[in-house]
Structures are given as C-alpha cells and as structure tokens.
Write a protein that binds this ligand. Structure first.
Ligand SMILES: [Zn+2]
Length: 299
C-alpha cells in the first residue's frame, strides 16, 4: 500500500511539472495521478476513434487498425463515380454503423459530467457520446446520421436516405456480415459492384448528397472550431482519449492548451503526436482506464 502511495506521489509530482512528458502504463497509481489532477477542476475531453473501438467501430490509425485510404473531399465532390462508390459502400455498412451501441468508455464520460467534465469534443462521427447521455458534445467532424445537400444545404436523416436508396437498388442480403477490414469508421464499407449503384438526389432540389461529415481534405467549419476552442479555454485540464492526434484538427487543441500553460493528459493505446506535450500519458485502453477513473473520482 505504501508503495502505491509512493508511486502516487511520484506521478502527482510528474504531473505538476508541466511540459515534462511521462509515458506510463495504466496502473492504479497512474489513474490516481490523473484523478488528482482532475479533482476539483473543470476539464474537457477530446476523443478519437480509440474510444469507439469497443463498440465495434474500427480505428483508422490505432495499433490494430487496418490501413485504409479514406476518400478525399475533392474526389467525392468532383466525380459522380466517386459518389456512387461512396454511397454503395455506405449503403452496405449503414446497418452496422447505425446499430453500434455506446460502450463503457462513452457511459463513464457521461457520468463524469458530475465530476467536473465540462464537455466532449469528438473527432468521431458515430454519435455515441450523445447516445450514452453526454449533454455537451461538439462533433468536430460532423455526424454520420445526417446527410447534407451540396446544392441547397438542406440537412436530412441518413436513415431516410437508406430507405430511398433501398427502393432503387438491390435489396440488401441480410446474411451479409461485414467484418472489420471491410468497414471503416465513416461507414464506408467495401462494395464490389458499385458501378451499378443508383444514386438518389436531395428530396428538395435533387442536388448531390454528401454525408454530413468532414472528409479528409475538407476543413472543419470555422464556427465549430471556434466553439471547440471556447470549450478548451473554459477547461483547466484537457484529457485526450483514444486519439493518435495524427491530424491537426485534434492536435491544435492540445497545442493551444499547452500554450495556455494548462495540463494535457493523454490516454491512448500506442504513441500519439501529442506525447511530447502531455503532462501525463497513459498507454492503455479507454474503457478500462475510464472505469477506474470514475471509481476514483466518484468514490
Ligand atoms: Zn438540395
């Protein structure tokens, strides 16, 4: 017990020394150090694909991820064939994505609003934080359950589009089970026969439809970025969960927090681009580490 306490003191000391990166495995002492940093403070969470892997949504960049080349924004808007390919894959993958359930990590974060968590900024488009009951969520990269018209800007439900697509395309083979390598976080599953896929247009103006998510090569809307910065600035501590911070859209919030001389804690399996900037980094899974954190903070 004394040893655990000694370790605890050690980690609290490390956490207090800002800009000194410390990578550690998930241990009771490490979780206690994070809890000590969060207790009595306001904090924000920045989440990535790693928090949704336990819900069956694969990670693009985690240690177990399958390498996949995501469709670029310019490719999507510039070619009807690309749209056909995207929507054919999405049509097949929608069942899996729309049925994904929040996991323990999402639920713990919803509970932690009672322990100073001001809100969640997520790079995920799966809607699982809101489904788990988190009240303050910024969907940085949009929402896969929504569709936007590229011509008139009208937004509509992805589930409604699925019904319209089903009317003009082959019925789905219910026995088809898409495994991880065939399904990507944006619901873009592999489809072999996409050339014959029939697209449908906007129900209002017949314009081209795009999932209401930020594609690679597309900018996050400025107002949404500003909203996220405001979130971070209201927080004393930024907790990064399940993100390798590979893209600037997430890393910039870590840099901003460090510039404000406020601590950043990272919980992620594998290295991240923010490790050097973190006050404390736990190399471990989100669900189990968050469950321990809840037990400590809400004890
Ligand atoms: Zn339209």
């Amino acid at each position: 017990m004394a040893e655990v306490n000694d370790q605890h003191e050690y980690f609290v000391h490390v956490v207090a020394s800002r800009y000194r990166s410390c990578v550690t495995v998930a241990s009771p002492a490490a979780v206690a150090a994070v809890a000590a940093l969060l207790r009595g403070r306001t904090w924000a969470a920045l989440t990535g694909a790693g928090i949704s892997t336990d819900s069956g949504i694969p990670d693009y960049r985690g240690p177990t991820s399958v390498r996949a080349t995501p469709m670029q924004y310019s490719e999507f808007v510039g070619s009807l064939d690309a749209q056909r390919r995207y929507w054919a894959r999405s049509y097949l993958g929608w069942h899996r994505i729309s049925n994904a359930q929040p996991n323990a990590g999402h639920r713990v974060l919803a509970d932690l609003e009672l322990a100073g968590l001001a809100g969640v900024i997520t790079q995920n488009v799966d809607g699982l934080h809101s489904a788990a009951g988190s009240r303050h969520v910024i969907n940085l990269h949009g929402d896969i359950a929504s569709v936007v018209c590229l011509e008139c800007g009208e937004r509509s439900a992805r589930s409604e589009l699925q019904r319209r697509l089903a009317k003009v395309n082959q019925p789905l083979d219910e026995s088809l089970v898409l495994e991880h390598p065939e399904l990507r976080p944006d619901g873009d599953a592999v489809a072999r026969d996409w050339q014959h896929f029939q697209l449908v247009g906007c129900a209002y103006c017949a314009g081209r439809l795009k999932p209401d998510v930020v594609f690679f090569g597309e900018s996050v809307p400025k107002w949404r970025v500003e909203e996220a910065y405001a979130f971070v600035e209201r927080a004393d501590v930024l907790l990064v969960l399940g993100s390798s911070l590979a893209v600037m859209s997430g890393l910039r919030f870590v840099r901003h927090q460090v510039k404000r001389q406020q601590p950043v804690v990272i919980i992620n399996r594998g290295p991240t681009r923010g490790d050097e900037l973190a006050s404390l980094k736990i190399d471990g899974g989100c669900s189990e580490t968050l469950a321990e954190l809840r037990a400590t903070l809400l004890a």
